[in-house]
Design a protein around this ligand. Structure first.
Ligand code: GMT
Length: 379
């Protein structure tokens, strides 16, 4: 198949899923065309089946707000026509699904009926999408897509409850490349972080409010009172300053390392004992899956799609959003006993295997074919 992929090219979860999916599809023989405003972060090598088309936006002085959606729609028309694509797969509804709709209408005037699949990732529905300033467009463009996927059953239900969606939504969860995300021997790094053989807790995110990064610091403070430990905070974003400030106020700053944005997350996860993700909302929790693939159990909130990944009492524990005491007690329960910690680590890896790339990519391929067949029948 010749597949066009539209995504945010930055480090966010939706861009990572889109890029990894495109790379895997290309490796299995499909021709994949990425169409974005800059080179996706993880698209950093040459492959004969991978193409990149940059969307350039005119900076005409009249435009206080350059119309990215129009530039994207024009680029989609161009790439579909000249590369003869079979399907467009857009990740994150805003503004990709509506740009794809516009491109689809224009292409129809050339007699081309391009199937469009939209994947909903979470904040495009739970935060931004349901905002009144976007919701009519989000509803319309979901319904006008030829296929719609959501990354968890919970996100599917949320979408159906927020929007008047008539289109069937297929659940295809996030996936993990176990070749990249696996436990690597990094004893020297572990020794440098925890010279007294302390336990290592880790949190990775974009430090947005929804991630509740200050809860991570509060949980760590309580854990540290019972189990000698260190905390690695990976990523950057608006809440980082508040988290750093709180760690000073609570007197735990010397045991926390803020590492900023890191590419080789798997190296950091490889030295970690416990992953903390207390999010206020999380459609799937790709960061938790990455941790589990590196044998790191998960302390999470019980919101969104997290219960579909983290098995309570087996791969980690689930608590109500904001229940820092429960999360800390669960973390202590796992960390205070070597045998128990090892059981949780093994179980985390076993669960992660359910989401391995080889299991999930065929679900997309099969869905693409269904959507292409149905568009052809109706053309
Ligand atoms: O987590 C973020 O804020 C980034 C966000 C994104 O759209 O890039 O991630 C969302 O999509 C990921 C991939 O499908 C999911 O694993 C994340 O759970 C989801 N984030 C939220 O729902 C907050």
């Amino acid at each position: 198949m010749k597949i066009g992929i539209v995504c945010y090219p930055t480090f966010g979860g939706s861009g990572v899923v889109a890029t990894e999916l495109g790379k895997a599809l290309a490796a299995s023989g499909h021709q994949v065309h990425f169409i974005t405003y800059s080179q996706p972060a993880r698209l950093d090598f040459f492959s004969e089946n991978l193409y990149y088309h940059e969307v350039t936006i005119s900076k005409y002085p009249l435009f206080d707000f350059p119309p990215y959606e129009l530039a994207l729609a024009s680029k989609l028309v161009d790439v579909v026509r000249f590369e003869k694509l079979d399907l467009l797969h857009v990740h994150y509804a805003i503004p990709h699904a509506s740009a794809a709709f516009m491109a689809k209408q224009i292409l129809a005037t050339y007699g081309i009926h391009i199937p469009v699949v939209t994947t909903l990732h979470g904040t495009d529905i739970t935060l931004v999408g349901k905002d009144a300033s976007y919701s009519p467009v989000v509803t319309f463009s979901i319904n006008q897509s030829d296929g719609v996927t959501a990354v968890s059953h919970n996100l599917k239900e949320e979408t159906l409850s927020y929007f008047d969606v008539t289109r069937e939504i297929r659940v295809i969860p996030n996936f993990i490349d176990l070749d990249r995300f696996s436990l690597k021997p990094r004893q020297h790094f572990k020794q440098a972080i925890a010279p007294g053989d302390e336990r290592i807790l880790v949190h990775t995110s974009n430090f947005r409010k929804v991630k509740r990064t200050t809860d991570v610091i509060r949980i760590f403070k309580k854990v540290q009172e019972k189990v000698p430990s260190k905390l690695l905070m990976v990523g950057d974003g608006p809440e980082r300053t508040a988290a750093e400030q709180l760690s000073r106020e609570l007197g735990v700053a010397n045991d926390i390392r803020f590492l900023g944005k890191q590419d080789a997350i798997e190296e950091i996860l490889s030295v970690s004992d416990l992953f903390i993700i207390p999010s206020g909302s999380e459609s799937f929790g790709l960061a938790a899956l990455e941790a589990m693939a590196c044998k790191v159990p998960v302390i999470s909130s019980n919101t969104g799609g997290l219960p579909e990944l983290n098995v309570n009492g087996v791969t980690g524990f689930l608590s109500d959003v904001g229940d820092v005491d429960s999360m800390a007690n669960n973390a202590i329960h796992i960390l205070e006993d070597n045998t128990r910690l090892e059981q949780f680590k093994e179980a985390a890896l076993e669960r992660a295997k359910d989401f391995k790339l080889a299991n999930i990519m065929p679900l997309y391929e099969q869905y693409y074919q269904e959507v292409i067949d149905s568009v052809q029948q109706n053309a």
